[in-house]
Design a protein around this ligand. Structure first.
Ligand SMILES: [Zn+2]
Length: 137
């Protein structure tokens, strides 16, 4: 069973007994990511065909993978902000399948005061970019 399945099987149990200023859980990030990914899938019927890793997994698995990536991306930014990490470096694969916007951001360092902007940047399905923690700038 994947991490994804385990999180979703817990759905409903963990929501109501928390204080309002509780930290966000991974389940929160997965739920938000699911909404975003579903919105993008609705807007692009060819999304699966256009994935850079197309054929490597089924449509269902690919959708789960996109949701997980999206949730982790936002979780990394959230934790970086919370722990006042000095910076996050955008790392793009920089190959023929990379999108122009991601290539443009390759090696760009976002500092603590830029994390909100980083989190609000639009992303795309099939993005293979990662955020690398930078301890000091
Ligand atoms: Zn990307």
């Amino acid at each position: 069973m994947s991490i994804f399945d385990r999180i979703f099987r817990r759905r409903g149990k963990t929501t109501d007994n928390r204080d309002q200023d509780d930290l966000l859980s991974m389940t929160d990030f997965i739920r938000r990511a699911e909404q975003e990914v579903e919105r993008l899938i609705e807007a692009d019927t060819g999304w699966y065909r256009n994935l850079p890793y197309q054929g490597a997994m089924s449509i269902t698995k690919a959708k789960e993978y996109e949701i997980e990536k999206w949730a982790v991306w936002n979780r990394v930014i959230y934790d970086a902000k919370r722990s006042r990490l000095a910076g996050l470096k955008w790392s793009c694969r920089n190959d023929s399948l990379s999108c122009p916007e991601c290539i443009k951001n390759h090696d760009r360092i976002f500092t603590l005061d830029q994390y909100d902007r980083l989190a609000s940047k639009s992303r795309h399905l099939g993005c293979r970019c990662e955020l690398i923690p930078i301890q000091s700038i």
